[in-house]
Design a protein. Structure first.
Ligand code: NDP
Ligand code: MN
Length: 398
């Protein structure tokens, strides 16, 4: 039985040099763009100038908003919204990692939905009893040009924004924020340095694994999730060790895209709920690194109780995709933990929370936040987790 599905409708331009082919299509969406690049890298690497040149050749005017840092904040998005409104922009283009694309999505919402009652992107967030303002098809068209292979944000209906004051890091959800056009140019993602390749690739792996083990039956997204795990098991360390390996880069970009589609339907589970609390309180911690520190402990927790045959079988399948073998399903399932540790070692992210500037005293509040802000991920986790369990998992991740 397939419950609610997002139908995977994405307008995707994928391949080496694909950015060069998109000017004419972009022109159909608007002629006055706000460009939201990753703060320094896109200019430094020449991709920002290349994009502006493509837009100019199609007579598309552009303004650049160069303020996006990792884990984008309410203030940054609100500033971008103001700039888009002041300049009457009718198109928003994110070029960068998940942070730039999520900011572009947030700006596209705010630019057309602000009114006397709605004056910040935070008004669209649903937390506790507060319902987010409605997002409609009035949203500006968005073009997402991804420069990392991890978040899947170029194909997802989520925009993740951090509130610096309250340390909350929720995802805004709307089917209207799936980008109008999504560009994956292998020349751009191939510029990622090693460490970024590792942490973003691990994020994609978590999307694939978490959506696969999430409670519920989702046979269509499982196809995407499993293919993604397979591609990552075969290519992440290659892309990490040799950034010029175009085949590995292409496969990682594909894995990222497939995993993004998988979470669009089946969502993420406990590791993401916990990781958002970490980066909410510690914005200097990269999303993928937060995941790297807690995922193994969550997997152990999920597999400790072996009462769910389905869960055991799912983790056994993941282990197999990493080349593990065994006839006893439970043993094989446990080998998935080994496999994830091995890949972390290969790409230099076998880290714990002790390696990060994180205060153990924050565990309780991070736990409460995970339950308040990312509750649906906890509810879909294959093993029911109480607050005391989550506290223990954080503790064991140190
Ligand atoms: P970021 O977008 O945060 O990028 C991290 C840094 O990497 C940037 O600040 C940029 O540095 C640099 N960078 C980006 N691309 C390149 C490149 N090709 N070459 C060199 N440097 C580069 O990283 P992620 O892609 O991991 O995005 C993480 C964010 O996405 C988090 O906020 C996370 O929560 C969110 N997310 C969103 C999802 C969604 O569905 N919307 C799903 C999962 C995560 P510089 O400043 O120097 O330019
Ligand atoms: Mn993620």
């Amino acid at each position: 039985m397939i419950s609610k599905n997002n139908l995977f409708q994405v307008n995707l331009q994928f391949g080496r040099g694909s950015l060069n082919k998109t000017g004419e299509e972009i022109k159909a969406y608007g002629d006055n763009a706000l460009i939201v690049p990753a703060k320094n890298s896109m200019k430094r690497l020449g991709f920002l100038d290349k994009l502006i040149e493509i837009l100019e050749s199609e007579k598309i005017n552009s303004t650049v908003f160069e303020k996006v840092e990792q884990n984008p904040t309410v203030e940054e998005v609100d500033e971008g919204i103001k700039l888009a409104r002041d300049n009457n922009c009718n198109l928003i283009i994110g070029i960068g990692g998940g942070s730039s694309i999520d900011t572009a999505k947030g700006i596209a919402i705010g630019a057309t939905h602000f009114n006397e009652d709605i004056s910040t992107i935070w008004d669209f967030v649903t937390i506790d009893e507060k319902r987010g303002a409605q997002i409609t098809n009035k949203i500006l068209p968005t073009v997402a040009i991804t420069s990392t292979s991890g978040t899947g944000s170029h194909v997802t209906p989520y925009s993740v924004i951090t509130n610096k004051k309250t340390h909350e890091k929720p995802g805004i959800y709307s089917p209207y924020i799936v980008p109008t056009l999504s560009i994956v140019d292998i020349n751009i993602v191939s510029s990622m340095p090693k460490e970024l390749t590792a942490v973003t690739g691990f994020d994609a792996l978590c999307h694939a694994m978490e959506s696969f083990v999430a409670i519920g039956e989702h046979p269509i997204s499982d196809l995407y999730a499993l293919k993604s795990v397979e591609l990552i098991s075969e290519n992440l360390d290659k892309a990490y060790n040799n950034g010029d390996d175009i085949n590995a880069r292409t496969n990682m970009a594909l894995a990222d895209t497939l995993a993004g589609l998988a979470i669009s339907t089946s969502r993420s589970v406990l590791p993401h709920s916990m990781a958002h609390s970490i980066s909410g309180h510690y914005p200097m911690v990269q999303h993928g690194m937060a995941l790297a520190c807690i995922t193994l402990q969550v997997m152990k927790f999920n597999l400790e109780s072996n009462d769910s045959k389905i869960t055991v079988e799912k983790y056994a399948k993941i282990a197999e995709l990493f080349g593990k073998k065994g006839t006893d399903k439970k043993e094989l399932a446990l080998k998935s933990i080994e496999a994830i540790l091995e890949i972390q070692e290969k790409i230099g992210i076998q880290k714990t929370l002790s390696d990060l500037p994180i205060d153990k005293g924050k565990i309780e509040i991070m736990t409460n936040d995970a339950f308040r802000i990312m509750k649906s991920g906890i509810e879909r986790n294959p093993r029911k987790a109480e607050k005391s369990d989550v506290i223990k998992i954080y503790e064991e991740s140190f």
